[in-house]
Design a protein around this ligand. Structure first.
Ligand SMILES: [Zn+2]
Length: 150
């Protein structure tokens, strides 16, 4: 959740949501030379599927990379990687993204501490948004948007 400032040209954000059946972890950032950085997005899905523990990592940078349980899937088109992802995990990439954003929206809709639904979003550090309970002041979530500061 916390942004890391390792280098002025490299920014990261990451977030994880947990489900009864597994977890989805999303990480974004940028890398490359500071005069010509490119953004990347990485999704890690962990779940039990057909009785096996599956960890699938889909990384979209300059190209698309997929690894299943640590093994990189080589030499496939992006469409094929999406199909292989779904075959290995039982969930399509778009459904995984939908489930993730739904969970994030739910988390930001109410305060876990007092149950209030009065949530304010306020600016924190440059590029950072904090979601704060208007009743008890608990910070329930944060978001880091690198495009706001590049
Ligand atoms: Zn509260």
């Amino acid at each position: 959740m916390k942004p890391q400032y390792e280098d002025s040209s490299v920014h990261h954000s990451d977030d994880r949501v947990l489900f009864a059946t597994g977890s989805i972890y999303r990480c974004t950032g940028s890398e490359g030379p500071s005069h010509d950085p490119y953004g990347w997005e990485c999704w890690t899905l962990e779940r039990k599927y057909k009785g096996k523990d599956i960890t699938a990592v889909l990384r979209q940078g300059i190209g698309l990379d997929l690894s299943i349980n640590g093994e990189k899937v080589q030499g496939q088109s992006d469409d094929t990687l999406h199909i292989l992802f779904e075959r290995a995990t039982g969930i399509s990439v778009s459904d995984m993204e939908k489930a993730f954003w739904k969970a994030v929206a739910y988390r930001r809709s109410h305060c876990w501490k007092c149950g209030s639904k009065d949530i304010l979003d306020v600016s924190g550090h440059p590029g950072e948004t904090l979601f704060i309970c208007d009743v008890c002041g608990t910070i329930i979530d944060g978001e880091f948007n690198e495009s706001a500061i590049i």
